[in-house]
Design a protein around this ligand. Structure first.
Ligand code: NAD
Length: 324
């Protein structure tokens, strides 16, 4: 491509290219690349105006930004959840949005299993006791023989089921959009939401955040859970009513929770969940592995190359944009 005609691509995502120089090389082979560290959300609007393509992480790309992005033709989301991008506004302006489905699913699924085992054995607390000179043991529970309820059976939910294969557990799945036979293939049993909540020892959330899944786990739903059960959330914070969850944990309606995601991120240091003994919290870290980042980088870079070569990207989040 002639220098003058080369598209301009802005990397806003903080992790793109950090662990995969090949992905940056792919971009540089057909475009002018600028890496911009945007500290405040309001800076994005000015930055985006000058580019044909952007790579974004969790930054909010709202209607105002999209409508001011005069040159923008493609938004590449470095990751899976696309709830931070106003897809309708992008589609309306003919802007293609790509994402990286399944790139980090194995990392999140492995992390989910790690959180299950950590909360059942209280390993972070044991670590803290031991490094502080203590030698107290904490009675834990085996995963073997328990019932694990998986809510949301997409890329990650399915992998969690697969990876649980060696643990000798019963698996229940609630996902109204997945066929029963596709659940049974994984050795799992399809269940209604309330039945799953009432009978599972461990409940793990793997739905995308939509208007339908926002506060899917309400106070009433938490009340259905066994008082010995654990809740694991690596999906999105807002899938759970966090205030109700605090009450459930504090009052011991449920035994504990391991949370990687929160309604407000970064978590407010005054969030009362941080004061509880029966909680493990991590900073939206489930996807953060070298392998997942490399896959994500390469999927973004290849799709941008395809797009600016006049081909259809492989992983399009708003395919309807092509019928406009
Ligand atoms: P996916 O789209 O493959 O699967 C989501 C599943 O949820 C689908 O099978 C869908 O049918 C199901 N679903 C939708 N509405 C539902 C409802 N009302 N009740 C039950 N099920 C419903 O997505 P995925 O790749 O498995 O990822 C799931 C979510 O995990 C992402 O959307 C993202 O928010 C989150 N995630 C978090 C991290 C992290 O670092 N913590 C990393 C990656 C993804």
């Amino acid at each position: 491509m002639e220098m003058a005609n080369r598209p301009r691509i802005c990397v806003i995502s903080k992790s793109f290219g950090q662990y995969c120089k090949e992905a940056l090389e792919i971009l540089k082979s057909f475009s002018e690349v600028e890496i911009k560290s945007v500290k405040e959300q309001k800076e994005i609007i000015d930055v985006v105006k000058e580019f044909d393509g952007i790579i974004v992480g969790n930054e909010k790309i709202n209607k105002e930004i999209i409508n001011n992005a005069v040159r923008l033709k493609i938004i590449a989301r470095h990751g899976v959840g696309i709830d931070n991008i106003d897809i309708d506004a992008a589609t309306e302006r003919g802007i293609v949005v790509t994402y990286t489905p399944q790139a980090n699913s194995d990392s999140v699924a492995e992390y989910t299993i790690a959180l299950i085992l950590n909360i059942m054995r209280m390993i972070p607390k044991l670590h803290n006791i031991t490094v502080n000179g203590g030698w107290n043991r904490i009675l834990g529970y085996e995963l073997m023989g328990k019932t694990v309820g998986i809510i949301g059976f997409g890329g990650i939910g399915k992998r969690v089921a697969k990876k649980l294969g060696g643990f000798d557990v019963k698996i229940l799945v609630y996902d109204p959009y997945v066929k029963e036979e596709d659940i049974k293939k994984f050795g799992a049993t399809p269940a209604q939401l309330d039945e799953l909540l009432k009978t599972s020892d461990i409940i793990t959330l793997h739905v995308a955040l939509t208007s339908e899944t926002k506060h899917l786990i309400t106070r009433d739903k938490l009340k259905l859970m066994k008082n010995t059960a654990y809740l694991i959330n690596t999906s999105r914070g807002a899938v759970v009513d966090e205030k109700a969850l605090y009450e459930a944990l504090k009052e011991r309606w449920i035994a504990g929770a391991a949370l990687d995601v929160f309604e407000e991120e970064p978590i407010n240091p005054r969030n009362p969940l941080l004061t509880l003994e029966n909680v493990i919290v991590t900073p939206h870290n489930a996807n953060f592995t070298l392998e997942a980042l490399r896959r994500t980088d390469l999927m973004n870079a290849e799709d941008l190359r395809r797009f600016f070569n006049g081909q259809k990207p492989t992983y399009i989040a708003n395919p309807q944009v092509y019928s406009k």
